[in-house]
Design a protein around this ligand. Structure first.
Ligand code: ADP
Ligand code: MG
Ligand code: MG
Length: 249
């Protein structure tokens, strides 16, 4: 599904990713772990097509298509979707309208018609119940006055509605209490299927007890220095990144 090859990315002239290679197949859950500042968020941002990142070398292919040639909206419509690490507030825009607009943009791009209102209401009610969110969230402005945990649930709600092929979640676990963590993890797990891949960027191992990844990659200083299975995340939890950084150096 996704092939990142020898990716070099600079931000404001500083090289952040320094030759990163990663292959993600449909059906797989990959976790990217690593110390602060390693480039984890940069990787998901570049795949999603956020502004401000300069790719100086390397390629990203999605179903064989050159992702770097695609606009950010085009990527989202093609199913490459990044949640928000620090979800933005959009004053005056109701959550429900944003979700519906995003879903309709995706359907229109696929040549499907807009979703009929009753069908949308049925879908959204099912998903907010799943995320244990109150229906009043739909009528509130996007993320306005939401707590950290509510923003994270809202981020997963968006994924459940839009059903991306590659769902990228950056620090979806940060700042969550244990109950919210379980709800968020259940939401992520419900996205798992044979056609979809999930890229989880996380600093801590805790989430990975609930969403067990197929692959764990350790990103240090712009490169993946070690890959393994879920066991690697537990080793990191026990030993920290220090040993890995030393062996990488
Ligand atoms: P991580 O998510 O692994 O903590 P990031 O990808 O956010 O790391 O950042 C990697 C490095 O790039 C950091 O040193 C950070 O300061 C720098 N960086 C990221 N975004 C910007 C930016 N917009 N402007 C300047 N430096 C940035
Ligand atoms: Mg290189
Ligand atoms: Mg980050």
């Amino acid at each position: 599904m996704l092939e990142v090859n020898d990716l070099h990315v600079s931000v404001e002239g500083n090289e952040i990713l320094k030759g990163l290679t990663l292959t993600i197949n449909a059906g797989e859950v990959h976790a990217i772990m690593g110390p602060n500042g390693a480039g984890k968020s940069t990787l998901s941002a570049v795949i999603a097509g956020k502004d401000g990142y300069e790719v100086t070398q390397g390629t990203i292919l999605y179903d064989g298509r050159d992702v770097l040639e695609m606009e950010i909206e085009e990527r989202a419509r093609a199913g490459l979707l990044l949640g928000f690490q620090y979800p933005v507030e959009i004053p005056g825009v109701k959550n429900i309208y944003l979700l519906k607009a995003a879903l309709n943009a995706q359907r229109t791009a696929r040549g499907e018609g807009e979703i009929p209102a009753p069908e949308f209401m049925k879908l959204i009610k099912e998903k907010i119940a799943y995320m244990k969110m109150d229906a009043s969230f739909l009528q509130r402005a996007v993320n306005e006055g939401f707590s950290g945990g509510e923003k994270k649930r809202n981020e997963i709600l968006q994924m459940l509605v839009l059903q991306p092929r590659l769902a990228m979640l950056d620090e979806i676990d940060s700042g969550l209490d244990i109950d919210a963590m379980r709800v968020v993890a259940d939401g992520v797990n419900s996205l798992r299927n044979e056609e979809r891949a999930i890229l989880l960027v996380t600093h801590y191992q805790r989430l990975l007890d609930y969403v067990v990844p197929d692959f764990v990659h350790v990103l240090v200083d712009g490169r993946i220095v070690k890959s393994g299975n879920a066991e690697l995340a537990r080793e990191l939890e026990a030993n920290g990144y220090e040993g890995i950084e030393e062996s990488a150096a």
